[in-house]
Design a protein around this ligand. Structure first.
Ligand code: C2G
Length: 129
């Protein structure tokens, strides 16, 4: 079984998120998604609208997602890859190069970001609504 992992906040879930989850799943048989906790979001200088628990519930409901784990810090990726026996790590290419250190442990793939949609754009446009 080929296992894939990806990381993110996935707040205010939108089709850009779905596009990357779909493509990530197509790279294997089992997709693990590590969702940033509310505490880690603060370290990322991100405030998510939905709580970790609710973002987890939403992600677990997506057909492409097989397992959701917590992302608590920047430093857990190597142990995640080892503990979950991950074959492929996937991120949007806004992160290109940032996680190349994982190439020692698994395949690293950066997929093109979906243009024209983002959580911050949604917040801005709704805020001006
Ligand atoms: N994404 C995308 N297209 C968009 C928006 C997001 O492909 N229009 C991708 C991002 O590239 C990322 C994933 O969706 O791979 C999740 O995006 P965010 O929730 O914004 O996550 P981020 O803040 O980038 O957190 O340790 C890694 C971090 O947790 C990543």
């Amino acid at each position: 079984m080929k296992k894939v992992i990806t990381y993110g906040t996935f707040d205010l879930l939108h089709w850009g998120h779905i596009n990357i989850l779909k493509r990530a799943k197509e790279m294997g048989d089992y997709l693990v998604v590590a969702i940033s906790t509310d505490e880690f979001n603060r370290l990322k200088h991100k405030e998510s609208y939905h709580s970790f628990e609710n973002r987890k519930l939403i992600l677990e409901s997506i057909r492409y997602v097989d397992e959701v784990i917590a992302e608590n810090n920047w430093d857990q990726k190597i142990s995640d890859v080892q503990e979950h026996q991950i074959d492929t790590f996937v991120m949007g290419d806004d992160w290109k190069g940032e996680f190349d250190f994982l190439k020692e442990y698994c395949e690293v793939v950066y997929l093109s970001r979906t243009e024209g949609i983002s959580t911050s754009q949604i917040k801005t446009e709704l805020g001006n609504g």
